[in-house]
Design a protein around this ligand. Structure first.
Ligand SMILES: Nc1ncnc2c1ncn2[C@@H]1O[C@H](COP(=O)(O)OP(=O)(O)OP(=O)(O)O)[C@@H](O)[C@H]1O
Ligand SMILES: [Mg+2]
Length: 281
């Protein structure tokens, strides 16, 4: 690719150069080209992500899969406009991630549910809508809709402390979806759940995603089977510094259900990713 695109951070007038680079980008909804992130602290530096290039289309469900510390969260934070790349360029629908974030294009679900203890489930889900200035009735209607969608209808008046971890995470998901963001960023949202709850949540997420027409999801996980079950494509990252070492088109029919786990192509996809990971180590 044209190196002028990846040097946007280093120039004396980065904004001008970034804007002209953005206008040259392709039609992907999310595009990362030659992205590197180096964290510098005193005399030490850590390269978290190195030369990552990925393109994600609107409506795709993609996963970033890789070992602990390989830069998955850093990559997601850069796409979400919460962190700046050291080098390279990320665009979101032709804008910078920061612009897209200000434009409320992202719903973000973090690994740990970040809920407000003093607000009920309903009030937690309503929070982004309150900030966006929705009126009380519309907020309430939308929150009830989402709470039902994530299966917590009977818990709308409860406080986070009265819920299990999995239920709290469903509240986080409902809140992230409340304002119908076109892009949903999920950083290991099921990482802390037991296997049974986790598998239930995976199929529930597929159900929710199927209903939220045309939204694009970037999902982080350590779990190969979770990535395969959920995704259209899986980006397999190497150990730190994280690079994309393989992109797998999953190619399993949708809708996917519990039965998909029994499909021979599901097993084949798992084997392909395992081989890729173990052939590198
Ligand atoms: N703010 C920061 N300052 C310094 N180093 C950081 C910072 N954030 C992340 N790192 C380093 O960057 C590397 C990648 O971290 P990151 O959190 O992106 O990994 P990850 O793939 O999400 O790991 P995990 O699966 O354990 O969540 C790690 O070595 C980490 O120590
Ligand atoms: Mg992480």
């Amino acid at each position: 690719m044209d190196k002028s695109l990846v040097k946007a951070q280093d120039t004396s007038n980065p904004d001008t150069e970034k804007q002209s680079a953005i206008s040259e980008q392709n039609s992907s909804l999310i595009s990362a080209q030659g992205v590197t992130k180096v964290f510098k602290r005193k005399d030490q530096s850590v390269t978290a992500v190195e030369d990552v290039s990925i393109d994600i289309s609107q409506g795709e469900f993609v996963s970033l899969l890789g070992p602990s510390g390989c830069g998955k969260s850093t990559m997601l934070r850069m796409i979400g406009g919460l962190e700046e790349p050291t080098d390279g360029l990320i665009t979101v629908d032709g804008r910078t991630p920061g612009e897209a974030r200000c434009n409320r294009e992202f719903g973000i679900v973090f690994q740990k549910p970040v809920l407000f203890d003093w607000r009920t489930v309903r009030k937690n889900v309503e929070l982004p809508l309150e900030i966006m200035g929705w009126n009380k009735n519309d907020r309430r209607t939308r929150a009830e809709e989402l709470i039902e969608l994530v299966g917590l209808k009977d818990f709308a008046s409860k406080y986070p402390a009265e819920l299990s971890g999995g239920m709290q995470q469903r509240v986080s998901i409902a809140r992230a979806l409340s304002f119908s963001p076109p892009i949903i960023l999920m950083d290991e949202p099921f990482g802390a759940l037991d296997m049974m709850t986790r598998e239930q949540m995976q199929t529930e997420l597929l159900h929710i995603w199927a209903k939220s027409a045309s939204s694009t999801v970037i999902f982080i996980t350590h779990s190969i089977s979770e990535a395969v079950l959920l995704s259209d494509r899986v980006f397999v990252m190497s150990a730190r510094p994280g690079r994309v070492m393989q992109t797998l088109d999953v190619g399993l029919a949708r809708p996917r259900t519990e039965a998909t786990r029994e499909d021979s192509r599901f097993g084949q996809a798992l084997a392909t990713i395992r081989n890729s990971i173990f052939s590198q180590s």
